[in-house]
Design a protein around this ligand. Structure first.
Ligand code: ADP
Length: 513
């Protein structure tokens, strides 16, 4: 009931009776009326006189504390306070005596000894002339809310401890980008003495500090700007963003690698409220990778020279033995030469891999007659293969720009894979097609195929499918990685379609000049 002065009901404090009711009832009846209401509301209502002795106790109070009105009338509410909370009683009363409406939360005690969290709103009880004659308190059981708050507080504390002690840097930004939480490792990575220190900065100052202090680059050495960072992308609504970033501190010269992951927290309308960023240090792994790449590069260089001279001496010896008419020894040297050719091939693939990693693989830029190149490679492979017939269908009549040796390497790799991974089949189909500005070459085999879960990964460096079928196939998992890099550098695309045990088709497409 709200306070009003309009004609059909009359204000009485903060509640009101309608004019009709006033006209048809006596004061006694209305008091009766009010008492019934007070008895039936679910809130606990306790009234005391100015000394604090209870003069009214409703059913709701009995339900909440377990004491009957008879037990409580004439006593003080002190019995309701848990011993540890008793200190709360006098300041509570003091404030109310001063005439303030007052609200407090404390741990109470029921008649049966159980505890209950109470929220009580207290106000002065005054006569019509305004003289204070006591206090009215309306109490509510808030135990459930308090328990939830306590659980929340505990899990917040647990999380805080976890966040402070994990090695990863963590920051939380609000929707305008201000850092509202950072753990100590996060603050240290950002060049601050402590989390508290970092939290004092606003967005603009923090950004300026960052740009002035750190140089950021991606894994290919390209500069990373603020808008590319996962945090910025997540703030713009991207559901998850990740990047590998190399930071160099301009002050100390120190540099480190971090995988930065950012996820937004959105409200019910899908609006970004916060973004959580996690920075995991990857420096050791990246340095190890770099050392591994350097080792592969040096090792393959060192191996190349002796293998080349071994191959030269084998050929010389073969010619001499042929002249001397010794076919048995010549056959042995032929086998030796085949193995040396395999070794040379492996070493040059290793060299290619390390040059790709270092961004040093050179490419010529010349017009290439694609049909002629595909036929050349097919002829070469056909000469080597005793088991499969390779057929070419269609023609593109197209020229593309690039390095014919490198592209030839790709076709040979795809054809030799097609033969290698289809030991039960006897043919491989190549087709050439052209549409608008694109030429597409496909290499189809009828072999073991590639399961869905491996189809993307086989283009990764050193990735090999290792399941029951593949254990017998030799290889180091470099061919497709090198091929996809070469195709990328020609502005083309390399992809596949395959069903396990039904063969695979690799497609290559290039823009036509
Ligand atoms: P390698 O053949 O030397 O292992 P590749 O990089 O050429 O390396 O191929 C990577 C992996 O992809 C192979 O180990 C093989 O498991 C799979 N693969 C490639 N081509 C085919 C194919 N035509 N059919 C089935 N699996 C293939």
């Amino acid at each position: 009931m709200s306070e009003t002065t309009s004609g059909n009901h009359v204000a009485a404090g903060r509640s009101a009776f309608s004019q009709d009711l006033l006209a048809s009832t006596s004061v006694n009846e209305r008091l009766q009326f009010q008492a019934t209401i007070l008895e039936n509301v679910s809130e606990s209502i306790i009234v005391t006189d100015l000394q604090g002795d209870i003069i009214y106790w409703n059913e709701g109070a009995t339900a909440l504390f377990g004491y009957s009105a008879q037990e409580m009338l004439g006593t003080t509410p002190a019995i309701l306070y848990l011993e540890t909370e008793a200190h709360q009683l006098s300041p509570d009363l003091e404030r109310i005596r001063e005439g303030q409406d007052y609200s407090s939360e404390w741990k109470g005690q029921r008649k049966d000894g159980t505890t209950v969290w109470i929220d009580i709103k207290t106000t002065q009880l005054r006569t019509g002339e305004g003289t204070a004659i006591g206090f009215i308190g309306v109490a509510k059981d808030i135990t459930e809310r308090k328990q939830i708050e306590e659980q929340l507080r505990q899990s917040r504390d647990e999380l805080k401890i976890i966040f402070q002690h994990i090695a990863d840097g963590i920051t939380v930004q609000n929707s305008s980008g201000k850092v509202v939480y950072v753990n100590d490792p996060g603050a240290k990575l950002a060049g601050f003495a402590s989390a508290q220190d970092m939290l004092t900065y606003d967005v603009e100052t923090l950004r300026a500090h960052f740009l002035e202090r750190f140089e950021m680059r991606d894994e290919f050495g390209q500069p990373v700007c603020f808008t590319d960072l996962p945090a910025t992308r997540a703030l713009q609504g991207q559901s998850y963003a990740e990047a590998l970033v190399n930071y160099r501190d301009r002050h100390s010269g120190r540099s480190w690698w971090s995988v930065v992951k950012a996820s937004p927290i959105v409200d019910e309308q899908g609006q970004v409220q916060f973004v959580v960023n996690i920075f995991s240090d990857l420096t050791e792994r990246m340095e190890l990778e770099q050392r591994k790449d350097e080792f592969i590069g040096i090792a393959s260089h060192e191996l190349k020279t002796p293998i080349t001279s071994l191959k030269g001496y084998t050929q010389l010896l073969k010619r001499q033995l042929e002249k001397q008419g010794l076919p048995g020894q010549v056959a042995m040297l032929n086998k030796m030469e085949t193995q040396l050719t395999r070794l040379t091939h492996l070493i040059s693939e290793l060299l290619d891999v390390s040059e790709i990693q270092a961004g040093k693989l050179d490419y010529a830029k010349e017009p290439i007659d694609l049909d002629a190149l595909v036929h050349d490679c097919t002829d070469t492979m056909q000469q080597i293969s005793m088991t499969h017939t390779i057929t070419v269908s269609g023609a593109s009549h197209a020229h593309i720009v690039g390095d014919s040796d490198r592209l030839g390497q790709v076709f040979i790799n795809l054809m030799s894979n097609a033969i290698k991974y289809s030991p039960q089949a006897n043919h491989v189909d190549i087709s050439l097609a052209v549409s608008q500005n694109t030429v597409t070459v496909s290499v189809r085999d009828y072999g073991i195929g590639i399961a869905k879960e491996h189809q993307q990964k086989i283009f990764d460096r050193f990735y090999r499918v290792s399941d029951v079928h593949n254990t017998t196939f030799p290889g180091l998992g470099m061919g497709l990685y090198i091929s996809s890099e070469i195709v990328k550098r020609h502005g083309g695309r390399l992809w596949l379609e395959s069903t396990e045990n039904k063969g695979a088709t690799f497609f290559l497409s290039f823009p036509i000049i």
